[in-house]
Design a protein around this ligand. Structure first.
Ligand code: ZN
Ligand code: FE
Ligand code: FE
Ligand code: ZN
Length: 266
């Protein structure tokens, strides 16, 4: 069975990942992956915003490290990308980042539901216990919908991230999903199947089958990513993710080069 491209790989510049891009590429070749893409956590306008991303002055070093992996592994297609946090009000900053290098794609992710709380941060798990999960999920999907509607991104990352630690909403998710999917269709943005959820408390790929089936009905294009933060995670569970996509009705995934999309049979 063909494996999909792994489009969500991190690097040590984000300060919570290990292994160089060249080492990830070597692992990808050993696994028989057809293509990979680095999408490390992009800088914020302020370097002291948090401590889990590259600084603004490290962007060139990041690009250089991906180019080095390309030189070391010329047989593997290696894409240059970023995982960009969507924070309302930072649209101009994101456009500026987008113009700085020859990115193959930008993943737009929501981690922050306010300026101070990233819902997936294990160090801030206690915040979940103070909050109503319904409120957090609503805030999250409001931002995710705005990210999809912004037209700033090629791919939306881990679309149901609030499930990470197992805090599930009591409310009916369908209105949130449908608003998000209407925005995604309006801008033709793709959504990734991210296998990191299988390694978290939720034990489930992002997004859940219910959302994925709705995506398939709405003909939202998909990509695949392990969200690897270590060499051993490169390509993790991508065959399972491809099977899930097929089970939900997908026949194709997509690939990006120079921010242009093309379909690829699953
Ligand atoms: Zn990360
Ligand atoms: Fe993320
Ligand atoms: Fe990531
Ligand atoms: Zn991620």
């Amino acid at each position: 069975m063909r494996l999909p491209a792994d489009y969500h790989l991190h690097t040590p510049l984000c300060r919570h990942a290990t292994g160089t891009p060249a080492e990830y590429a070597a692992r990808a070749l050993a696994l028989g992956l057809p293509e990979i893409g680095f999408a490390d956590h992009s800088p914020m306008p302020r370097d002291d915003f948090d401590n889990w991303r590259m600084r603004a002055d490290q962007l060139g070093e990041y690009v250089e490290s991906v180019q080095r992996a390309r030189r070391d592994h010329p047989r593997l297609a290696i894409r240059l990308a970023l995982e960009v946090d969507y924070v309302p009000g930072q649209e101009a900053w994101i456009r500026d980042l987008a113009a700085r290098h020859a990115w193959d794609y930008l993943i737009g992710s929501v981690h922050y539901v306010s300026d101070t709380w990233a819902i997936d941060d294990p160090g801030r798990l206690s915040e979940w216990h103070r909050r109503d999960p319904d409120e957090v999920w609503a805030l999250y999907f409001d931002r995710l919908t705005r990210a999809a509607a912004s037209g700033l991104f090629d791919i939306i990352g881990h679309a149901d991230l609030p499930k990470k630690f197992g805090f599930r909403p009591r409310a009916d998710c369908r209105p949130w999903f449908d608003r998000f999917l209407r925005a995604a269709c309006a801008t033709a943005v793709a959504v990734e199947l991210n296998t990191a959820g299988l390694r978290k408390d939720c034990r489930e790929i992002y997004p859940a089958p219910d959302l994925l089936q709705r995506m398939a009905q709405a003909q939202v294009p998909i990509t695949f990513g392990s969200d690897a933060h270590a060499v051993a995670e490169v390509g993790a569970n991508l065959a399972q993710a491809a099977q899930l996509a097929r089970d939900c009705g997908y026949t194709h995934g997509c690939r990006f080069a120079g921010r242009q999309r093309r379909l690829e049979p699953l």
